[in-house]
Design a protein around this ligand. Sequence first.
Ligand SMILES: NC(=O)c1ccc[n+]([C@@H]2O[C@H](COP(=O)([O-])OP(=O)(O)OC[C@H]3O[C@@H](n4cnc5c(N)ncnc54)[C@H](OP(=O)(O)O)[C@@H]3O)[C@@H](O)[C@H]2O)c1
Length: 364
Amino acid sequence: MLEALDLAKRGSGDVEPNPRTGALMITDGEIVGRGWHQFYGGPHAEVMALQDAHAKGAKPDTAVITLEPCSSQIGEGGKKTPPCTNTLLAAGIRRVIVGAMDPDPRHRRRGLLALEQQGVEVVEGVLADRCLQQNQTFLKWLNLDRPWTIAKWAMTLDGKTAAPTGESRWITGIESRRRTHELRARCDAVVVGFRTAQIDDPELTVRHVFGRQPVRIVVDPRAEIDDDSNLVRTANKTPTWLLVADDVDAARAGHLQDLGVQVIHVKVAESPRHIHLREAWRELRRRGLRRIVVEGGGGLVADLLGWSCVDQVQCFLAPKLIGGRTAPTPVAGEGRAFMAEAWQVSEWTHCVSGDDLLLSGFLP
Ligand SMILES: NC(=O)c1ccc[n+]([C@@H]2O[C@H](COP(=O)([O-])OP(=O)(O)OC[C@H]3O[C@@H](n4cnc5c(N)ncnc54)[C@H](OP(=O)(O)O)[C@@H]3O)[C@@H](O)[C@H]2O)c1
């Protein structure tokens, strides 16, 4: 089980909450196949381990899996994949050693029951706490009443997200921008703050990769977005939502609706007089958004952190220095008063992205 747990860790560099599972296939006490769940929507660990064993011509009889095998037809992301229990039975597995139960209460122990009913010997609860601990992020994702939120930004080596003039094109190289578009295509929405919409006039479309277009959302309490902006001009073609304060000027909101923008009213929090982002985020979930990427600016990200609405961060670090006391930074707002109060990022990973570095991690 310890080796299966080590395999499960390999899946942790991914950008989404991902059930982290590892699996071993065994014949006559010898490990003949290894697998782990590599990315959201990808084959599960036991399927990978079976493929590994079969590729070596082995016919395993025992499986060691950190998490209970799934027994339902619909996998993550709504994809139709055969249940892993069926795959294990078809492969002739007669003994299954499992770490933790499925954290999803709708499925818990159903997989094991399906195996037992077919006469498979099941040993459960081996290092269960450690196997579950490895899936804390996935557990959080299961229980969220708002979309999983990734805050993504690009910054220079001196921590600036734009020049002191506000101009920010481009900080990173083409590979990092391609990755950003890939991330957009894997999310249900891409969100920016009002000032970013105003200064950058972004399109927020998926361009450098092939993929589906997420909804575009602007947090714009007073509905100040320009009628001639790229977002409003193309709102009839690409879904564009505006999160506005509930006391916004009705004529202005109506005008934007006429231009094809979907205006969503959100109540205003007491202090600071900002829209209540937690309420707004719940509303986005009610409207079917499960995973969103927030692409700045620092004002919006700071507010979201304050509302505990950020789950993951992705920072592209470019080998440039821009300087300037007033140049924007990725997290603005009031900030925390002391280091001991800093938001702590965990499961910190990094990889090279062209000439840049991509740093990512999770918030508790
Ligand atoms: N490099 C990058 O990755 C990147 C990404 C995006 C943007 N940028 C740069 O960042 C700069 C813009 O950043 P920014 O921080 O000024 O702007 P922003 O975050 O896009 O927007 C800030 C505005 O939104 C308001 N706001 C934030 N949260 C709110 C809430 N809950 N309710 C109501 N209003 C809320 C702020 O109000 P208050 O004024 O009342 O606080 C402020 O007016 C631009 O120069 C842009 O180029 C860089």
